[in-house]
Ligand binder design. Structure first.
Ligand SMILES: Cc1cc2nc3c(=O)[nH]c(=O)nc-3n(C[C@H](O)[C@H](O)[C@H](O)COP(=O)(O)OP(=O)(O)OC[C@H]3O[C@@H](n4cnc5c(N)ncnc54)[C@H](O)[C@@H]3O)c2cc1C
Length: 493
């Protein structure tokens, strides 16, 4: 007999868990606060859908291979529907053939396939698919305001449902299991406190960037530019990337420190365009002979890496409840992992419930163990990467070279050395060595664990070999220097 499950939040994580649980026979009700029903088509959704509960829908999104493969395996009909609505697979094998004439491909290279799709199209198709399945009840305009619970005798409280508001009506809905998929601004800490649970511990650190994204449409009859190597780069003071989407639409994202007023000017169209044109990987895409802009520049700030410890000291803070998606862990959007990790979490949750259907504590502990193995390492990796990126940006701002392997007093600077190895070994190595590119793409796409690359002695040797060749190659210009960019933005302003 399936369980009665209430899911708070009807975005990528909530819909994913709805799909996963309903396919196992559970009765799922998704409650979504935004009172904005599904527009008739993804085209109208892009133009008019008011998804203020998930404002990142207006930003560039990458859908990584782990998610692509999960959809293909667990929801093939959804995959077909995404393709019908213009989503395109982006295959590593095509990329490899383009860059390595003698490329020796492996059968598992097919696994490295991303999905090019706008976030709004992805969510529209996903919601349409879940609604059409007839197995999930989806109620919009419903604001979950708290939890119903029985106090556990000495143990954690047992959640028995949610308290909701719909218009002026206040009511409750009972459930065997409540899944919190209400995103990064989840009210879970307050809800737990209100039912007498232990405090929900949260770790949070800034990503060090704000986001600015603009969408463009390829002109009729024009082919998309050939992707020569990476379509993004990290210049220290600014990160940029081109995100191919569905239906001949793509977007460009520029991200920089929120503390820098001059760099923040890219939130305005004129400065955004002036900056984007300076990046060799972006320039051919936004050439007026190739594409036309179809939106303003969308901005987003307050970006944090955050993690909530719902199972703390070996015990869940409540039974009959679990957070997933951004409500549990979210990481720097520039790495493009959020939707993938949300879906990994959704299917881990469904599988854990399948293994432990009659014991809510055992279910929570099993799921926590899976999350620690499959999701938490990506949070830890994001923290390490962002701490270093914030330091690099701050040093550049002070006019100090963050890549100087020797300090002023003559001693070696191991952190700067590692940065140089990445910049002058790993990054160019990806263009020169197929083995390295494959290994990098597998980690980037969450097909391997995040620590594998630099720990693998064979790969490390190849990275160091590429580093030793640094004097032999022409330096690749990924964009202007910080001071050149500052001048350019000042002029654009
Ligand atoms: C700028 C930016 C760019 C990103 N780029 C990428 C990318 O390239 N690739 C990628 O995979 N991920 C990316 N992400 C992350 C990704 O968008 C999220 O991980 C993804 O949306 C999954 O989120 P979610 O469903 O957990 O939460 P959300 O999408 O935030 O949805 C939460 C939902 O819960 C609803 N809700 C909230 N409170 C309540 C309540 N009390 N009652 C009822 N409903 C409620 C909200 O209305 C909303 O619909 C990006 C994020 C940002 C901010």
């Amino acid at each position: 007999m399936g369980k009665q499950v209430v899911v708070v939040g009807g975005s990528v994580a909530g819909l994913g868990v709805g799909l996963a649980l309903s396919s196992l026979g559970h009765r799922v009700t998704i409650l979504e606060r935004d009172a904005t029903p599904l527009p008739p088509s993804p085209i109208e959704a892009f133009e008019t859908w008011d998804r203020r509960g998930s404002p990142q829908t207006r930003h560039s999104h990458a859908f990584l291979a782990r998610l692509h493969n999960l959809i293909l395996d667990r929801a093939p009909d959804l995959y077909a529907s995404l393709r019908e609505h213009g989503a395109e697979p982006l295959r590593f094998t095509d990329m490899a053939r383009q860059h390595f004439s003698d490329s020796e491909l492996l059968p598992e290279d097919e696994e490295i396939t991303l999905l090019a799709c706008r976030r709004i199209t992805f969510e529209w198709v996903l919601r349409r698919h879940v609604l059409d399945s007839g197995r999930v009840k989806f109620l919009d305009g419903v604001d979950v305001q708290g939890l119903e619970a029985e106090s556990g005798s000495g143990g954690p409280p047992l959640v028995t449902g949610v308290r909701v508001r719909r218009g002026d009506e206040h009511t409750s809905l009972s459930a065997d299991l409540v899944v919190d998929a209400s995103g990064r601004r989840s009210r879970l800490p307050h809800w737990l406190e209100a039912i007498g649970g232990r405090p929900l511990r949260e770790d949070s650190e800034p990503c060090g960037i704000f986001y600015s994204s603009r969408f463009y449409r390829l002109l009729d009859g024009v082919e998309p530019p050939v992707m020569e190597g990476a379509i993004g780069a990290d210049l220290g003071y600014m990160k940029y990337a081109v995100f191919p989407g569905d239906s001949r639409i793509f977007s460009v994202t520029l991200a920089a420190s929120p503390d820098d007023d001059t760099l923040r000017s890219v939130l305005r169209v004129r400065a955004f365009e002036a900056a984007a044109r300076e990046f060799p990987a972006v320039r051919p895409w936004i050439d007026p002979a190739v594409s036309e802009p179809i939106t303003e520049v969308h901005g987003m700030g307050m970006l944090q890496n955050s993690r909530r410890h719902f199972v703390d000291d070996g015990e869940p803070l409540a039974l009959g409840l679990f957070p997933i998606g951004d409500a549990l862990i979210h990481t720097n959007p520039i790495t493009g992992r959020g939707c993938t990790l949300a879906w990994v979490g959704a299917f881990l949750l469904a599988d854990a419930l399948d293994r432990e259907p009659d014991d809510l504590r055992a279910f929570a502990l099993a799921l926590h163990e899976d999350v620690e193995r499959e999701i938490t390492p990506w949070y830890d990796a994001a923290l390490m990467q962002d701490r270093d990126a914030i330091e690099v940006e701050a040093l550049q701002r002070q006019g100090v070279d963050p890549f100087a392997t020797q300090r002023e007093d003559g001693t070696a600077n191991p952190r700067a050395f590692m940065r140089s190895v990445i910049r002058e070994g790993l990054v160019p190595g990806l263009r020169e060595d197929l083995v390295l590119l494959r290994a990098f793409m597998r980690v980037f796409n969450l097909l391997e664990s995040p620590t594998d690359l630099m720990r693998d002695p064979v790969l490390m040797q190849r990275i160091l070999a590429a580093y030793r060749r640094r004097e032999e190659r022409e330096p690749q210009v990924l964009g202007p220097s910080r001071s050149e960019m500052m001048e350019l933005l000042a002029r654009a302003a």
